[in-house]
Write a protein that binds this ligand. Sequence first.
Ligand code: HEC
Length: 101
Amino acid sequence: MKAVYVAMIAAGVVMAGQAQADEALAKAKNCMSCHAIDKKLVGPAYKEVAAKYKGDAKAPAMLAAKVKAGGKGTWGQIPMPPNNVTEDEAKKLVAWVLSQK
Ligand code: HEC
């Protein structure tokens, strides 16, 4: 029994650590100057983005491409400019955005 608890706690720590790393990446890449997790700034709240694409299997790839290249018209008239991220970083960031609830 004890080992199970330890494993669960360890998994929780690893997951929390990953979420923090991704948030730090979002800050480092300037995403957080236009986005917040739970309120609209220039761009939509990440929680709203996660809710909108919940269960959409195509969303991660589509959103990663949009984060990289920029785009407009989904949330209003303000465009998102292209961001200085690699493909890998874009995918990581989108996975983190979509995990917000
Ligand atoms: C200069 C402001 C700005 C910056 C910087 C910015 N965004 Fe955005 N973002 C926006 C706006 C505005 C929209 C809404 C675009 C639209 O309506 O299609 C948006 C939309 C999004 C969406 C939803 C796209 C969709 O089609 O639903 C995601 C995901 C996103 N941003 C992630 C990021 C990430 C990750 C970064 C950092 C690498 C970032 N943004 C940096 C302004 C910004």
